[in-house]
Ligand binder design. Structure first.
Ligand code: NAD
Length: 491
């Protein structure tokens, strides 16, 4: 396909900020709904999620057009990376919600004999969802599905950088829900700041670690609980036993889907010195097969999403310029066309110390490749950096795999795969410290939006009576014996 056939990037007018009084009024109006929804049944919650699904599917073509306008994303990628995760989330809810909502029995511990207990999953109440621009549909509607499954009302604030997609999402939300149930407010910093000042019962934020800190500080003012789905630099290790063909094919997919604008994309690859040349040759061949044999063809490829805007194109281009100035070798790619928000899929090696590309999250189509000889040095480097959102190890050596998984920490990890952990509905998806806190997806998403309330019920045989005053000598002795009993091993 030639560039004439590629959907032109259209300058969509920037989103207007939502009026603070309007947002406050909607927030207030959701209180009565949230109290009512505490008693909502599985059927009612499923009904809400189904309505969202039908409205979303009815606008499929409009979504293709909006994604093409905002950053020229191919329909196949809209399906695979936007519709698929939301549909999977919904399917999971439809099949499992009844079970998730059931109280979970808690067996009595020694001193609780004679009681029964359970965990009750309650909706948190009114929740706020703030989303980033890189997967705007999946990261707004995915968490919304979990919020609705858990019985909450919601206010959503998508990113201002995807005006066409967010306008479409706004129209769907307005069509499917009255504002006192779910509302979507478009806007940037002022809208986000005004929302963050409100005493929500939970905030689910997806975005950068820097803004995550601002969100957490704002939430602290109201002691609002938070789920923070953040980013970071996800390291990838390819050792000398790895299946290089599979590694090259999969890493090139995980890196260049959405043109590298993916929170769990491999951010840098450590390759064993003995296989580096072979690995790079295979990666280049994969890129040529997928996107075109040379720079001109790759620039014309309809399958390469564009960088979201000129500011980000400049940011990524400056990482490239800085790396090259410090001695990096461009193995393939390196072409930049700021006007069309294009940077070619680029592989770099020989990265010099102090290069910004080794410090900042790249979030674009550049992949630094670093050769290593000693895995211990790689693990030291990984552990010296903030904990990443993901870590990938490519190896057929089980001892090596175990060592890497045991000695490192990251939100999630894959062995001989990458990025796909996001799509596994039975795995918790989240970060750790700098890459986030709390989890999303499936039952973990349901629990993120639920309060786990511990409930204890007494039987007529009230053993607690022995702890009541007056503290006679006998009673004191009995309490002391009870405490001593706890030194016995558990059965
Ligand atoms: P961002 O943090 O700049 O913005 C996220 C949201 O916060 C947007 O809606 C934005 O309007 C709002 N915002 C921005 N500045 C704010 C401020 N000062 N106060 C209040 N709200 C503010 O992130 P982004 O550029 O949209 O997205 C890229 C980042 O998101 C990357 O770091 C990426 O790794 C991360 N991310 C994480 C996940 C995940 O699931 N863990 C998924 C996608 C993206």
């Amino acid at each position: 396909m030639s560039s004439q056939n590629i959907h032109p990037l259209v300058a969509v007018p920037p989103v207007a900020e939502a009026a603070p009084e309007k947002m406050a009024a909607v927030f207030d109006s959701q209180l009565a709904t949230a109290l009512r929804w505490r008693e909502s049944s599985t059927r009612e919650r499923i009904e809400r999620v189904r309505r969202l699904r039908e409205a979303m599917l009815a606008r499929r073509q409009q979504f293709y057009d909006a994604f093409a306008q905002d950053y020229r994303k191919a329909p196949a990628e809209v399906e695979a990376s936007e519709f698929l995760p939301v549909m999977e989330e919904i399917r999971h809810v439809l099949g499992r919600l009844k079970r998730w909502m059931k109280p979970v029995k808690a067996w009595p511990t020694n001193t609780m004999l004679g009681t029964s207990a359970w965990i009750q999953y309650q909706p948190r109440g009114r929740v706020l969802i703030i989303a980033p621009w890189n997967y705007p549909l999946s990261l707004c509607f995915g968490p919304l599905v979990s919020a609705l499954a858990a019985g909450n009302t919601a206010i959503i604030k998508p990113s201002e950088m995807m005006p066409a997609v967010s306008a479409l999402m706004a129209s769907i939300i307005a069509e499917v829900f009255p504002e006192n149930e779910v509302a979507l407010f478009e806007g940037s910093l002022p809208t986000s700041t005004a929302l963050l000042a409100m005493p929500f019962d939970h905030i689910f934020f997806t975005g950068s670690p820097a803004v995550g800190k601002i969100v957490m500080a704002a939430a602290a003012k109201n002691l609002t609980s938070v789920t923070l789905e953040l980013g970071g630099k996800s390291p990838t290790i390819v050792d000398d036993s790895a299946n290089l063909t599979l590694a090259a094919e999969t890493i090139m997919w995980g890196k260049f889907i959405n043109n590298g604008q993916t929170c769990v994309a491999p951010d840098l690859v450590y390759v064993h010195k003995s296989v580096k040349a072979d690995f790079i040759a295979k990666c280049k061949a994969v890129l040529q097969t997928r996107y075109g044999a040379g720079p001109a063809q790759q620039k014309d490829s309809p399958d390469l999403t564009r960088i979201v805007n000129r500011r980000h194109t400049q940011r990524v281009a400056s990482l490239l310029t800085d790396a090259v100035a410090r001695g990096a070798v461009v193995q393939t790619g390196g072409e930049v066309d700021e006007a069309s928000c294009y940077i070619a899929p680029t592989l770099l090696d020989n990265i010099g110390p102090g290069s910004a590309i080794l410090e900042e999250e790249i979030f674009g189509p550049l992949l630094p490749i670093i050769e290593y000889e000693q895995i211990d040095r790689v693990l030291e480097e990984i552990n010296a950096a903030p904990k990443p959102l993901a870590l990938y190890i490519w190896s057929t050596n089980q001892k090596q795999i175990d060592k890497v998984l045991l000695r490192t920490s990251s939100g999630g990890a894959c062995v001989n795969h990458c990025v796909a952990q996001f799509a596994h509905g039975n795995l918790p998806f989240g970060g750790v410290n700098n890459s986030g806190m709390g989890n999303a997806h499936g039952i973990y998403g349901f629990r993120a939006f639920s309060h786990e309330r511990g409930v204890l019920r007494s039987s007529p045989l009230m053993l607690i009576k022995m702890f009541f005053p007056p503290y006679t000598a006998n009673r004191t002795m009995l309490i002391r014996k009870t405490v001593d009993m706890l030194r016995l091993p558990m059965l």
